[in-house]
Design a protein around this ligand. Structure first.
Ligand code: SOE
Length: 407
């Protein structure tokens, strides 16, 4: 492949040691992560300067176009060549789940830091191997993070602070749904997210992973066991015609050929936290009219919190310690400088968006690397989520029999 050009320095970043990023993948998550790496050093005062050194993808023309579009200094078509480069410090994995383990293990073995998109892997076995490798790499000063970006919405990060400060008291319930509708049309083609050998699972691994991680993060504790139902509503779909990414399709092949959907379209499960608190989860791509509707509510003895990703600058808080005449859910507009991340952005009232969670993700990983501190969520956190997902699948196979989450 072409010789890498000198990575492009961006204004105000001269002088700090660079953190040279090599990203594998350039579709939806590739674009979102590019935005994160491009912006983090311009908004936050970082100890290292992220540099978009190389982007990798199999299609030479497409990856070259992605490099130009997203500001990467060079393009590669073989991730092994990217990992072998000594001008790459961190490998960012934005590929379908079937390649997460192979790329992450090779990158850690090659002395790189790693950011891996969620879910960590397609199986518990792969996730266990990745978590072990990350633990060994940490002893060498290499750090690894899994990309559960919804922890990095200022409102969810602030919610975590309120729960940790005891403002809800003893937790009794977590109720969380993640609703999309991009598969409602049975003519939507068989993209990679609908094939188990590539995606590992369907709504469960894609959406369910997010809400399991977010529920555990906000609750500050792990799920001990689950009871689950899963369903595949549309079992045959047209084969794709053109290039597709996760949610977008290049249209059906038109030749009438179809293929089997081998993953779940929807997963509904209940969970019991280690403390005894109860949780309910729903992950589906068939919630007609819901586009990216992640909603979570926590109920404790002293209060409740409610968050809606479609109104992500708001957090609703019910302070149960107030007299009933004054109580009730009130809206906190999470745009104050002492709210998480917000001192670097705009004046109060000027909200952020989905893309900023990836800027915060890059910021936090850069700080962890500079301070040699294990980033959160770690690969061990990603493994634990994988174990919950595996228990969900096992329970669903037994028609919702309660299934413990095993270490
Ligand atoms: C598709 O469901 C998807 O792109 C997820 O894969 C992302 O993690 C989520 O942030 C948006 O929806």
């Amino acid at each position: 492949m072409e010789q890498p050009q000198e990575p492009r320095e961006t204004a105000g970043e001269q002088g700090k040691r660079p953190l040279r990023v090599g990203m594998v993948g350039y579709a939806f998550m590739g674009a979102a992560h590019s935005q994160g790496w491009r912006t983090a050093g311009r908004v936050f005062d970082l100890p290292l300067t992220p540099v978009l050194a190389a982007i990798c993808g199999r299609d030479p023309d497409a990856v070259r176009a992605a490099a130009d579009r997203h500001g990467w200094a060079s393009a590669e078509t073989d991730w092994r060549a990217l990992i072998a480069r000594d001008d790459i410090d961190l490998v960012d994995i934005c590929t379908p789940g079937d390649s997460h383990a192979e790329i992450a293990l090779a990158a850690l073995a090659a002395g790189k830091h790693v950011l891996c998109e969620k879910p960590l892997a397609n199986t518990v076995g792969e996730a266990e191997e990745m978590a072990r490798a990350a633990e060994q790499a940490a002893a060498r000063g290499q750090l690894a993070m899994v990309g559960f970006n919804y922890r990095r919405v200022p409102a969810t990060s602030f919610a975590r602070r309120l729960v940790a400060d005891g403002r809800l008291g003893t937790l009794r319930h977590v109720r969380v749904t993640y609703l999309q509708d991009w598969l409602v049309d049975p003519q939507f083609p068989l993209t990679w997210r609908l094939r188990k050998e590539l995606a590992g699972s369907g709504s469960l691994g894609d959406l369910g992973a997010h809400i399991v991680d977010l529920a555990q993060y906000l609750a500050g504790e792990r799920i001990a066991g689950v009871s689950a139902l899963m369903e595949t509503f549309v079992r045959e779909r047209p084969l794709p015609g053109g290039a597709t990414s996760g949610l977008s399709a290049g249209g059906a092949s038109g030749a009438g050929a179809t293929g089997a959907v081998t993953v779940d379209d929807a997963a509904l499960f209940t969970g019991r936290f280690a403390s005894g608190a109860l949780a309910s989860f729903e992950a589906t791509r068939f919630a007609t009219g819901r586009k990216n509707a992640l909603r979570i509510e926590l109920n404790g003895e002293r209060g409740s919190l409610w968050f809606d990703l479609e109104r992500l600058n708001e957090l609703w808080f019910h302070d149960g310690t107030l007299p009933d005449s004054e109580a009730g859910f009130r809206r906190i507009l999470v745009t104050e400088p002492d709210h998480p991340y917000l001192d670097a952005w705009w004046p109060p009232g000027h909200g952020l968006g989905y893309e900023h969670t990836f800027v915060h993700q890059a910021r936090d990983l850069v700080h962890a690397i500079a301070e040699l501190r294990p980033p959160e969520p770690s690969f061990a956190d990603g493994l634990q989520v994988q174990r919950v997902l595996a228990a969900v699948e096992e329970s669903a196979e037994k028609n919702a029999v309660y299934t413990p989450v095993t270490d």
